[in-house]
Design a protein around this ligand. Structure first.
Ligand code: C5P
Length: 287
């Protein structure tokens, strides 16, 4: 195989609980991760002479700071017998620094794709732990789906797929620094009781999601303080027929869930804030 095209889906969080600050500076978390149809598109092409990144997005780094570059580097370290080189093209559709794991999913897709391109068998368990070093969301992004994550986000337990749910994601033109949100969280937020067991029980055993349970995001206050536009976006969603509205990750993306594709598409098409990124889509199963 000389070249390969693949999708790198974004994620949203249906719940995010910060349990505490760890000695290594990371936060101990409990999360529900969910893949969505919004995706970057990646093209991989065998090419001698190292790792080359090209992208449709002018603000995306093309060197070592790009997580996709780091994933390719790990792949070639794992497989030193191969000719060391690949050209990676990233068609960027997921907003950057938005709480939807855009960089992480590109890295995970590159790792998955390189194993396919070079026709090698991948040990997913090992890949997950190798990818942890790149970022907390990267191990999840290897296969996506509906997943309970713990630790830094790297301890993963698959849950039954919540089914196709239609949604709209809106991202203001404001990049949020994840470390800044966690730092502010530490300063302003006291420990909050979070009934994660009921959420897990609901997802594991019931047909329908009970949104009145703790489908909540502990980073909400910190994120809204850094980016007050989040509130304006939520206010607009309030006047739609959304079943549920919340920020994803550390924000500033806000998503709303609808019971039909038509409703979601109508909200996206009529979105009044012209500088926001807006996309209608749906939840997807693991890939
Ligand atoms: O792992 P990742 O590179 O995505 O993390 C970015 C930043 O987010 C970390 O440097 C840290 O400040 C914060 N973070 C955290 N606890 C986590 C995940 C991320 O404090 N579990």
């Amino acid at each position: 195989m000389r070249e390969l095209y693949l999708k790198a889906p974004a994620k949203i969080n249906l719940a995010l609980h910060v349990k505490g600050l760890r000695e290594d500076g990371f936060h101990e978390l409990q999360l529900i991760m969910q893949s969505i149809s919004l995706a970057d598109r990646i093209k991989l092409k065998k090419k001698s002479g190292g790792i080359i990144i090209k992208t449709s997005h002018t603000e995306l780094p093309t060197g070592k700071e790009n997580l996709a570059y780091q994933a390719a580097e790990i792949f070639f370290e794992q497989n030193p017998e191969l000719e060391q080189g690949v050209e990676i093209y990233i068609e960027k559709n997921i907003p950057i620094a938005a709480g939807m794991a855009g960089g992480s999913t590109d890295a995970a897709a590159v790792m998955r794709g390189l194993y396919q391109l070079f026709e090698l068998k991948a040990d997913f368990k090992k890949l997950r732990s190798d990818l942890e070093a790149i970022g907390s969301d990267v191990p999840y992004c290897l296969a996506g789906g509906t997943v309970y994550a713990a630790g830094r986000g790297e301890i993963l337990e698959s849950l039954p797929f919540i089914g196709e749910k239609y949604l709209v994601v809106v991202t203001p033109a404001f990049k949020i620094s994840t470390p800044a949100v966690y730092k502010l969280y530490d300063e302003i937020q006291g420990y909050r009781k979070f009934n994660f067991d009921l959420v897990l029980d609901n997802l594991q055993n019931d047909e329908k999601i009970d949104w009145s349970l703790d489908y909540k995001n502990d980073l909400k206050n910190a994120s809204e303080k850094i980016c007050p536009e989040i509130r304006e976006i939520k206010d607009i969603f309030k006047n739609t027929e959304a079943e549920f509205t919340m920020i994803s990750g550390s924000g500033p993306t806000v998503f709303s869930i609808y019971d039909s594709r038509e409703k979601a598409e109508k909200v996206a098409a009529g979105w009044p804030r012209k500088n926001d990124f807006v996309a209608a889509g749906k939840t997807i199963d693991s890939y």
